[in-house]
Design a protein around this ligand. Structure first.
Ligand code: NAD
Length: 291
């Protein structure tokens, strides 16, 4: 099956960039959220990422400014913002990117089951919830699949394609093909907590978080040393801020629940989330972010 039209539900930290990646491959995409201001934030993110990507090509003289402007217009014109499901009647592939809570995923998947054509594949960008359990909210569990991007989705190449208990081989194939269509690299994963990447990433982060809680070393100091080592592009506390502390905390909790004290929940992060400080998206986390 070829994906002629896609949709993204949830225009937050991940949704705007995912819609941008889909549109950059020339595929029309609907970007839905519950309120217009969230849709606008997602569209703004797509605009910002597109401007950066095309601006770099102009700077390298691979495109003229006129060509870049035309490409930006075509790309952004392929994304339609929405606060309802009116434009979902002819979509082939939906990527859900709403908060990491099963009750919200269930509500959204039940709505998607009702408003999309029977052949449409319903994919979740969940970081660690069970795909089989998410699929329970639909009449088409064979067409429900995990489709896990990484932050920032406009840059990171990998997509984990996760097989639920009832996901069909055809759905897995379409998901893998679609990932390639949008210029990403799919990797098939079993339905285990943390899939592949978060098991690796979160076990490394756990050591850093444990050390910070125990020693009280300033997070900025730890981030500076790690970033300067150039092993990774940024320190783990800054990364957590940029990708959302509520999401990071949920993933850490899922890992501890599944694997015990090989993993770790950072107490400072827990406190910040309890106070409503979610990182870049709320303006404050481990760092202050101008908004
Ligand atoms: N942030 C990351 O680094 C990251 C990476 C990979 C996967 N994920 C996963 O992606 C999903 C989304 O994460 P995020 O960081 O973008 O969250 P976010 O909180 O930044 O954004 C979620 C968006 O969903 C919207 N939303 C809530 N209920 C909705 C509904 N019923 N219908 C439509 N929109 C709704 C919210 O208004 C918000 O704009 C989560 O499952 C998360 O685990 C996140």
């Amino acid at each position: 099956m070829f994906v002629f039209k896609a949709a993204v539900v949830g225009a937050g930290t991940m949704g705007g960039e995912i819609a941008q990646a889909v549109a950059a491959a020339g595929i029309p995409v609907v970007l839905k959220d519950v309120e217009q201001r969230f849709v606008d934030q997602g569209l703004e993110k797509a605009r910002e990422v597109t401007g950066g990507q095309l601006g770099r090509l102009v700077a390298k003289e691979k495109l003229t400014q006129e060509q870049a402007d035309a490409q930006a217009q075509a790309l952004l014109g392929a994304i339609t913002g929405a606060t309802d499901y009116d434009a979902f009647g002819d979509v082939d592939f939906v990527i859900e990117a709403v908060p990491e809570r099963m009750e919200i995923k269930h509500a959204v998947f039940a709505e998607l089951d009702a408003c999309t054509p029977g052949h449409a594949i319903l994919a979740s960008n969940t970081s660690g919830l069970s795909i089989s359990e998410i699929a329970d909210a639909t009449q088409r569990p064979d067409k429900v699949v995990g489709f896990h991007f990484f932050w920032p989705a406009s840059i990171m190449r990998l997509i984990e394609v996760i097989e639920g208990e009832l996901t069909s081989p055809e759905t897995l194939q379409v998901a893998a093909n679609f990932a390639q269509e949008i210029r990403k690299t799919p990797v098939r994963c079993g339905e285990v907590p943390g899939f592949v990447v978060n098991r690796i990433l979160m076990s490394t982060a756990a050591e850093v978080w444990r050390f910070q809680d125990e020693s009280g070393t300033p997070v900025q100091e730890i981030d500076r040393v790690i970033a300067e080592s150039k092993v990774v592009p940024m320190g783990p506390f800054f990364l957590a801020d940029m990708s959302g502390l509520d999401t990071g905390l949920k993933v850490a909790e899922q890992m501890v629940e599944a694997y015990g004290d090989r993993f770790y929940v950072h107490q400072g992060m827990q406190r910040l989330v309890a106070e409503g400080h979610l990182g870049q998206k709320s303006g404050k986390g481990f760092y202050e972010h101008g908004r």
